[in-house]
Design a protein around this ligand. Structure first.
Ligand code: ATP
Ligand code: MG
Length: 425
């Protein structure tokens, strides 16, 4: 019997992993420019953390969580998203006592039991960032600027930034009721899910993908018309700062997001080229979340990008895997043994070196050097051992360079460094 992986949970193989590493490393670099530091949380948390923060009537909590009871009888859940865990860690370790402002990012797997399809998996990966402790709408604009900066750096173009405001506990209940009244008159046009949840979570109806629900809510009252003065002012300021930074955006008053903890600013980055699963990144402000989880009364804003969707957007673009600096071929038993020790020394001097372990012919060894795309090769035989000298061969130009065995590392490093430099004028 062949044991295979689990449906919707993918391996990331050499050849693809280089793109992942590029996306992750660029996040570390770009987010660092804005003062964000990395945090790593466990992939499993108490179920209550997610049901309380994301919301009982959301799609994630209602049907997508991987929840199980452990041997101690505790209900645990594979994390479906990162924000709740980051805030749990923030509160638990009293990060607010160290610094009232925390800017954190994370990279890692998330789990949701959804129907697997292109761009939608059961184990997927997010790169996310959270800025806690700042009310100023400038941080909303800066977080969005960082996100767009990142997209530019990884060369993901043709994306649209959509923004909205979901109000706050002062104005949302009023809007919610107005929306419920509106939906009540159109119940027969709504899908079964929406008829069931229009009272408990009316905003979700605006997000429903069923065409009938979309049609029925075209004329739904807009949340933006019902913001309190504070939220309206905050939203106006965010837009003003985005304009100051020359960021292009579209206001989408129907964007409600699938998690209950959002307040005020929410946003998504959409890519036309991704088809049905078109959201590359999404996030928003969550000014009540930390307090609701038992922490101090501090505001926050953050986002998460779907790494698989970023990879899909990179398409067939591949990043070449790193190749050996040197392939050491040997001729004869003694040279093979001494060569093995030389490989070890060169690796410890910081060079990527490969050799043959199967006693292959010289020709077969050179074929392997070619296959591995080694930058240089050398042959170590009786003569070379006697002279203490070898010929380094540049595999792309065919040029040969005589060098003392002890000097191999120095010479190779010089040559490789020179080749890595852009052409000087
Ligand atoms: P969608 O509307 O596509 O279901 P979502 O609103 O559930 O997205 P969020 O919870 O906001 O998504 O997660 C942020 C990002 O994570 C999404 O924009 C997307 O890029 C990615 N993402 C979410 N769910 C999945 C999944 N099942 N597989 C792959 N990526 C996902
Ligand atoms: Mg979803």
């Amino acid at each position: 019997m062949n044991i295979t992986g689990i449906k919707g949970m993918n391996d990331i193989l050499p050849g693809d992993i280089e793109t992942w590493q590029f996306l992750e490393n660029t996040a570390r670099r770009v987010f660092g420019l804005y003062g964000f530091g990395e945090i790593r949380m466990p992939v499993v948390e108490k179920t209550e953390l997610f049901s309380r923060s994301i919301g009982e009537t959301t799609d994630i909590v209602e049907k997508e969580m991987y929840t199980f009871t452990d041997k101690g009888g505790n209900s645990l859940t594979l994390r479906p998203e990162g924000t709740a865990s980051v805030m749990r860690a923030y509160i638990q370790h009293k990060l607010h006592a160290r610094d009232p402002i925390a800017k954190l990012f994370y990279i890692g797997p998330m789990f949701r039991h959804e129907r697997p399809q292109k761009g939608r998996y059961r184990q997927f990966h997010q790169i996310g960032a959270e800025a806690v402790g700042i009310d100023d709408p400038k941080i909303d604009a800066q977080v969005l600027a960082m996100l767009m900066h990142y997209c530019e750096e990884v060369d993901i173009r043709d994306v649209e930034l959509q923004i909205n405001s979901l109000g706050c506990p002062e104005c949302r209940p009023g809007y919610r009721q107005i929306l419920i009244d509106f939906l009540e008159k159109r119940l027969s046009e709504l899908c079964e899910d929406c008829r069931r949840r229009y009272r408990s979570n009316p905003l979700r109806v605006l997000d429903c993908k069923v065409p009938g629900c979309k049609d029925a809510t075209v004329l739904a009252p807009s949340v933006l018309d019902h913001l309190c003065a504070g939220c309206a002012e905050h939203f106006a300021q965010v837009k003003m700062h985005l304009d100051d930074l020359d960021l292009v955006y579209v206001v989408n008053a129907r964007m409600v997001r699938g998690l209950d903890y959002y307040t005020k600013t929410t946003f998504e980055i959409l890519a036309g080229s991704l088809g049905a699963q078109n959201a590359v990144a999404a996030g928003g402000r969550y000014d009540r979340l930390v307090k609701e989880l038992g922490g101090p009364d501090v505001p926050g804003i953050g986002f998460a990008m779907g790494v698989e969707r970023l990879v899909l957007m990179k398409g067939d673009e591949r990043i070449a895997p790193s190749c050996p600096d040197l392939f050491l071929a040997t001729l004869g038993e003694e040279a093979h043994r001494r060569g093995f020790a030389l490989v070890h020394r060169l690796q410890r001097q910081g060079l990527r070196v490969e050799m043959d372990f199967e006693g292959r012919s010289l020709k077969a060894q050179m074929r392997r050097a070619d296959k591995l795309n080694a930058a240089y090769s050398m042959i170590l035989g009786e003569n070379e051992l006697a002279d203490g000298k070898v010929a380094l061969r540049d595999m792309s130009s065919g040029g040969q360079y005589a060098v003392a065995i002890e000097q191999i590392a120095t010479l190779l490093r010089q040559r490789l460094a020179r080749e890595a430099q852009p052409e000087s004028p």
